[in-house]
Structure formats: structure tokens, C-alpha cells
Design a protein around this ligand. Structure first.
Ligand SMILES: NC(=O)c1ccc[n+]([C@@H]2O[C@H](COP(=O)([O-])OP(=O)(O)OC[C@H]3O[C@@H](n4cnc5c(N)ncnc54)[C@H](OP(=O)(O)O)[C@@H]3O)[C@@H](O)[C@H]2O)c1
Length: 242
């Protein structure tokens, strides 16, 4: 399927998985809206590289824990773009600590970025996506949406919430032709992992580009075989165990 000229909004595209997805979409001729993010320098760098592919690129930096930013920011997006075909809720924060040392404030922040922001943003975007004949929503969940790893109580709760939201929304809108997917990766070698798991060297880990491969596959294959979720583990991890 040719997605040339379509438009995607992606969160957290300043680095890691989001950057790889944004660059892949630009390679496919998709205009990209880089929404949210606190590091303007990184967002600018991605935007400039994506523009070199000949697509329209706009950045809307801001804090996704701020509901008003999401609502106002999305309204500003819609003053510049007439259509959005693809929404990718990618921005996220991880947190590794004992449960006893994970404060309610931290819990709220992790839930805010990983679960609440996709919820609010999708509510804003859905009326626009409904106008597209090829609307897709892809939520970047995690293997922790399926398992309870120790010392990740807030992160696991947020990704379980995101996956629950994904399932319910998918069931609600599939009759309208809107595809809602989750990608649930294990270890991807990005800043998130470099900071939270300094013991990992990157060897055998998933690359951000491999997640972009999965996004491209999901967007291009809109036949009768519908994929709800892709659960993907890193090399060396036992298969079928998350
Ligand atoms: N890496 C892994 O092993 C792994 C595995 C499974 C799932 N995931 C998920 O994949 C997604 C991308 O993660 P990544 O590995 O690419 O990590 P990353 O390199 O740390 O990227 C996270 C992105 O989220 C943005 N972000 C964080 N807090 C934000 C906030 N309050 N407002 C706006 N943007 C915010 C960051 O922007 P700024 O830096 O500009 O704030 C950054 O661009 C996340 O949802 C993560 O949970 C990652």
C-alpha cells in the first residue's frame, strides 16, 4: 500500500523508537507531525533530517503530562494540517525502583505520559482520523503490559493501562475501518534502556529501526488478516515468555 502524501502524528520523536518511526514514515513519503517532547534540539534535528526526504514536517514541543498542552497543541496542529491518517502514541517514561520507594507523584507522572496522554491525544485525534479512509492508531506498549517485572510497579501499571485502552478502543472503532494496534517490545536499545539498565550493552537487543519495520508492516498491510498486537522479545530471551 502506498502511503505517500498521507500524514502521521507521532509523540516522543526526538530520539529512540520515535525518531526511527518518524524517519521511516518520512522515507515512505508520509508527512510527519512531531508532537510533544521537551528536548527542542533533538526534535529539530529529527525534523530537519525528515524534511530532507521531501515531506512536510512540523514540530509541536511540549509536556504530555499537561492535558491543556495536548488539547491546545492539537488544535494548533489542525490549523496547519487538514488531515491525519496515522496516530502513533510512542512517548513514554520508564521507572525502576522498589515499590516502597515509588512515590504517588512518580506514579502519576509515569501514568500521565504513558497512559493518560495517549488517552487524551487519541480523543482529540479521533474525529480527524474518522475522516481518513486508512486510519491507523499504533500504541507503543511494552512486554511489561503483559508481565509484572519487579521494581517496575508504576511502569507496568501504566503499560497495562495503555494496552487495556488499546483493546477497548480497537473493539469500539473497528467497524468504522479504524485499525488500532499495540506493539509490545522487550528491550530496545535506546536512551531509556541505557539509563535504566546500564548493565545492558546493546548486544542482542532490538534496534529502534526494527520497531520501525513493524510499524511499516502494520501500516502497509491492511488486508483481511488483521493484527491486533505484536509482542516482540529481544534475541536471547526465551521465546513465548515475556
Ligand atoms: N526501550 C525499550 O526497551 C522499550 C521497550 C518497550 C517499550 N518501550 C516504549 O517505547 C516508547 C519509546 O521509548 P524509547 O525507548 O524510544 O525511549 P526514549 O529514547 O527515552 O524516548 C522517549 C520519548 O518520550 C518523550 N517523553 C518522555 N516524557 C515526556 C513528556 N512528559 N512529554 C513529552 N514527551 C515525553 C521523550 O521526549 P524528551 O526527551 O524530549 O522529553 C522521548 O522522545 C516508550 O513508550 C517506551 O515505554 C521501550
Amino acid at each position: 500500500m502506498d502511503l505517500n502524501g498521507r500524514t502521521a502524528l507521532i509523540t516522543g520523536a526526538g530520539g529512540g523508537i520515535g525518531k526511527a518511526i518518524a524517519m521511516r514514515l518520512a522515507d515512505m513519503g508520509v508527512n510527519v507531525i512531531l508532537f510533544g517532547g521537551n528536548n527542542l534540539e533533538k526534535l529539530d534535528a529529527v525534523a530537519n533530517s525528515a524534511r530532507e526526504k521531501g515531506v512536510i514536517v512540523e514540530i509541536f514541543p511540549g509536556d504530555l503530562t499537561d492535558a491543556q498542552f495536548i488539547i491546545d497543541g492539537f488544535n494548533t496542529v489542525m490549523q496547519k494540517f487538514t488531515a491525519i491518517d496515522i496516530l502513533i502514541n510512542n512517548a513514554g517514561v520508564a521507572y525502576n525502583a522498589d515499590f516502597d520507594k515509588t512515590s504517588v507523584e512518580t506514579f502519576d507522572k509515569i501514568m500521565g505520559v504513558n497512559a493518560r496522554a495517549p488517552y487524551i491525544l487519541t480523543q482529540q485525534a479521533l474525529p480527524i482520523l474518522r475522516k481518513s479512509d486508512r486510519a491507523s492508531i499504533i500504541n507503543i506498549a511494552s512486554v511489561v503490559a503483559h508481565a509484572g517485572y519487579p521494581f517496575q510497579s508504576a511502569y507496568a501499571a501504566s503499560k497495562h493501562a495503555l494496552l487495556g485502552f488499546t483493546k477497548s478502543l480497537a473493539a469500539e472503532v473497528y467497524k468504522e475501518g479504524i485499525r488500532v494496534h499495540a506493539i509490545s517490545p522487550g528491550g530496545v536499545y535506546t536512551d531509556m534502556v541505557k539509563i535504566s539498565r546500564p548493565d545492558l550493552t546493546g548486544e542482542g537487543m532490538i534496534s529502534p529501526e526494527e520497531i520501525a519495520d513493524i510499524v511499516e508492516f502494520l501500516l502497509k498491510n491492511r488486508g483481511n488478516a488483521v493484527i491486533d498486537e505484536i509482542l516482540v522479545h529481544r534475541l536471547g530471551k526465551e521465546p513465548f515468555l515475556v
